[in-house]
Design a binder for this molecule. Structure first.
Ligand SMILES: [Zn+2]
Ligand SMILES: [Zn+2]
Length: 240
């Protein structure tokens, strides 16, 4: 059984690492195309971003691999595969619950990591990306990576979710993690500057966190930032 757990974990590490390389690689390539030379001269930083991100992939893969094994072997977790197990309206709602729970956890742990002592130990690695690039999506110190790695493996024990909706959550997590760091806004101005844009986080919002540090701590939604008055709006530094 130990061997099966190890194999499941290694498979999960490989999946997370390849997913990172594929998605960050794709958006880095798009960035090079739409903004030629924009990240020229950042090669040493990008090498560090990739190195830290691959370490993070290994950390993310461990709890995911163990829980995945338990789901497959023992039916652990509340992940379900029958489309009719819950009403259809629950499908999008479950995605929102997962994203909001992750966002809440991220906001408060992120704010804590901006305390001077915690920052030096756990969060300076992420802010060493100046400006961040698409490769910085998982560029975290192992402590920060661990704080993120436990979220979904815990949630699947608490909140029922269809396996396809879990895939949707992971896709949103990956794509937003990458695009929020790539240094330009891919969403249209009418959306970003709209009332909906006032509640969701895209690159324009997270870029300002990397410029000013003590604001815009959220991950997907501006809810906590607005409620706690840490929202400073959108970055004006890059062209839209
Ligand atoms: Zn960041
Ligand atoms: Zn930060």
């Amino acid at each position: 059984m130990l061997l099966a757990i190890i194999l499941s974990t290694l498979a999960m590490v490989a999946i997370v690492a390849l997913r990172y390389l594929a998605v960050s690689g794709a958006f880095a390539a798009i960035t090079a195309r739409v903004r030629p030379g924009y990240h020229a001269g950042l090669r040493p930083q990008i090498r560090r971003e990739i190195g830290w991100s691959l370490v993070s992939a290994a950390i993310y893969g461990v709890p995911a691999g163990i829980v995945g094994f338990g789901w497959d072997r023992f039916g652990w977790t509340r992940i379900y595969t029958d489309w009719n197990a819950y009403p259809l309206w629950y499908l999008p709602l479950s995605v929102l619950i997962y994203l909001f729970a992750h966002d809440t956890w991220f906001y408060w742990t992120h704010r804590w990591m901006h305390q001077p002592h915690a920052f030096r130990i756990a969060h300076a690695v992420h802010h060493a990306s100046r400006p961040p690039t698409a490769w910085a999506a998982m560029s975290f110190h192992p402590i920060e990576a661990l704080s993120g790695a436990v979220v979904v493996p815990v949630l699947v024990f608490l909140v029922p979710i269809h396996v396809a909706m879990l895939g949707t959550v992971l896709a949103v997590m990956t794509v937003m993690g990458v695009t929020n760091h790539m240094g330009w806004e891919m969403f249209p101005r009418w959306l970003v500057r709209s009332p909906i844009g006032g509640w969701i986080i895209t690159a324009s919002h997270h870029q300002l966190h990397h410029e000013r540090y003590k604001c815009n701590y959220g991950l997907y939604f501006r809810f906590w930032d607005r409620l706690c008055r840490t929202d400073r709006g959108l970055s004006e530094s890059f062209p839209r």
